[in-house]
Design a protein around this ligand. Structure first.
Ligand code: GUN
Length: 292
């Protein structure tokens, strides 16, 4: 079993980005600048956004964090987005999800300038991704592609089973892995809560991407030997023995599934850190596209 070490791979990628940023600065070019908007007080979201901002500092980017109250109106949020859209110093920005229920998420995502949409959530960018045109690939699927590539996990001709059909992970992951691309050319089955005979399907998988948000859902009796497992789940489960009061659990029963796996991501330190590294990569790309 080989551990797909997202923490180390993300550190490698961030080091590569830091070198590029330093070269940009040496050549008098613009420093990449990422902004993030967060609305409300969701603990997990605040942790993620803070990690994104901190990662910007580490690679030499400029960063701006905009924190808005839980009761911010849709109009006020649209106004903030409008300001970032026309600010020439901002290369890319994200609106952290989920948003409070009184705000229409789709309306917000559609207001972001697609050229600054480093999350790749705008319908224009989702469409380009689906057509395999140059765009911003969303950080989580992009991070998974990068992990598979760097560990030289073969995907061509393999049967990939994706668990989950979310707009952020399951759907784009299914599309990307089926495409004609370096990490792709797979036969993909996308499963979801209405799928019948799930175990029969997962038992046929060479590669499983689990993105359903149910802790330890995938058990050893659901996978075949020599499987590759990508665990996207990160559910906070109460744990009084931890200082934080919780521990993180993936969608995979790691201890038992890892025994049958050729490659597997841990939780934490698997897919999570990769998403931040790929967001930085998209921001660097946005900066280069806008200024070179
Ligand atoms: N919430 C969970 N994942 C993401 C992400 O990749 N981007 C944003 N903006 N919000 C998220």
């Amino acid at each position: 079993m080989i551990l797909l070490d997202g923490k180390k791979t993300a550190a490698d990628i961030k080091e590569e980005i830091a070198l590029e940023v330093s070269a940009l600065k040496d050549n008098g070019k613009k420093t990449p600048h990422l902004a993030a908007i967060i609305v409300g007080n969701n603990g997990a979201s605040i942790t993620y956004v803070n990690a994104k901002v901190k990662a910007c500092e580490r690679v030499g980017f400029k960063s701006t964090l905009i924190r808005l109250n839980e009761d911010t109106t849709e109009e006020e949020l649209l106004n903030e987005i409008g300001i970032l859209n026309i600010d020439n110093d901002i290369d890319g920005f994200i609106v952290q999800l989920p948003l409070p229920s009184h705000i229409d998420e789709q309306k917000i995502l559609m207001a972001v300038d697609p050229n600054k949409d480093v999350d790749g959530f705008h319908p224009t960018n989702v469409g380009k991704m689906a057509l395999n045109l140059p765009t911003f690939i969303s950080a989580t699927p992009y991070g998974i592609l990068e992990l598979l590539e760097r560990y030289e996990v073969e995907t061509s001709g393999k049967h990939v089973v994706v668990l989950g059909r979310s707009h952020i992970v399951g759907s784009p992951m299914s599309i990307l892995l089926a495409q004609k691309r370096k990490v792709g050319n797979a036969t993909v089955t996308m499963c979801h809560s209405r799928t019948k005979n799930l175990k029969e399907i997962t038992l046929q998988a060479d590669i499983i991407v689990a993105a359903i948000g149910i802790p330890e859902f995938l058990k050893a009796d659901m996978v075949k030997d020599h499987v590759t497992v990508i665990d996207v789940g990160i559910t906070r489960v109460a744990d009084t023995s931890k200082k934080s009061g919780y521990r993180l659990l993936g969608d995979v029963a790691f201890d038992e599934v890892s025994k049958k796996s050729d490659f597997i991501t841990p939780v934490p330190s698997g897919v999570g850190p990769m998403t931040i590294a790929m967001l930085l990569k998209n921001t660097l790309l946005a900066c280069e596209r806008a200024h070179n």
